[in-house]
Design a binder for this molecule. Structure first.
Ligand SMILES: *[C@@H]1O[C@H](CO)[C@@H](O)[C@H](O)[C@H]1NC(C)=O
Ligand SMILES: *[C@@H]1O[C@H](CO)[C@@H](O)[C@H](O)[C@H]1NC(C)=O
Ligand SMILES: *[C@@H]1O[C@H](CO)[C@@H](O)[C@H](O)[C@H]1NC(C)=O
Ligand SMILES: *[C@@H]1O[C@H](CO)[C@@H](O)[C@H](O)[C@H]1NC(C)=O
Length: 195
């Protein structure tokens, strides 16, 4: 009886898998996978603008804020400080002016500083697209090795227009204004696309 029960569980599981497969196929998407760094199935360049709240004067303009104070383990590298952001992301370098100019996407998530003896950060965020061009999300995470000219972070998944996407975002610091503003260029390359 035990064996029979186990066998019927296998059948039930197999049936579920088949149904799951059928639903995906009914959606009509094809899976494209590229094995070559030079041949992404989709790519775009976007600029990420982080305007950090200075605690006093830029409340209206700021799009990110420190959610923790760094503990007194390392005084020079903000080790342990976590910043939460809802940042505009644009196709060009310029910040959107006013409410009438729609950003290409918003970057919503956090970074924290995790270098004790040197500057280092770790990012986890969603690019949230809600425009006529794109609707959906791309989800990014990984180490921002700030000492390097360019850094690669992983694109671990997507939804909507970016259903099940995976890839790599190469980021480069494009501008810094003091402590309270920086801009990253993000070269997004997807190597797994469902089209
Ligand atoms: C805010 O503005 C005031 C007046 O200009 C200045 O004294 C102060 O240092 C500013 N605070 C910050 C955090 O920039
Ligand atoms: C908002 O902050 C950015 C970055 O510091 C600055 O370039 C821009 O002029 C500010 N805009 C306003 C309206 O204060
Ligand atoms: C950080 O600065 C505080 C205040 O100046 C000091 O008490 C502490 O020892 C410093 N910590 C380190 C790791 O340097
Ligand atoms: C997305 O855009 C639509 C149409 O402009 C708007 O109604 C909706 O509130 C937006 N959703 C989000 C999450 O911003």
């Amino acid at each position: 009886m035990q064996g029979l029960a186990a066998a019927s569980r296998v059948v039930v599981l197999a049936t579920f898998f088949l149904i799951g497969f059928g639903v995906a196929a009914a959606d009509g998407r094809r899976r494209l996978v590229s094995g070559s760094p030079d041949e992404p199935c989709r790519q775009m360049t976007l600029f990420y603008h982080d305007i950090l709240h200075d605690g006093a004067n830029n409340t209206a303009n700021a799009t990110s804020a420190a959610a923790t104070s760094p503990p007194a383990l390392s005084n020079d590298t903000y080790f342990g400080m976590l910043v939460v952001f809802d940042d505009p992301v644009t196709e060009g370098q310029a910040l959107p002016v006013g409410a009438e100019e729609e950003p290409a996407a918003r970057a919503q998530g956090f970074y924290f500083y995790d270098g004790k003896g040197f500057f280092n950060a770790w990012f986890a965020f969603s690019l949230v697209f809600n425009s006529t061009a794109h609707r959906g999300t791309l989800n990014l995470m990984g180490a921002d090795l700030m000492g390097e000219e360019t850094r690669d972070i992983s694109i671990v998944g997507g939804t909507g227009d970016f259903f099940m996407a995976r890839g790599v975002a190469t980021i480069r610091t494009d501008a810094i204004e003091g402590l309270y503003y920086f801009r990253l260029q993000m070269d997004i390359k997807l190597y797994e696309c469902y089209v």
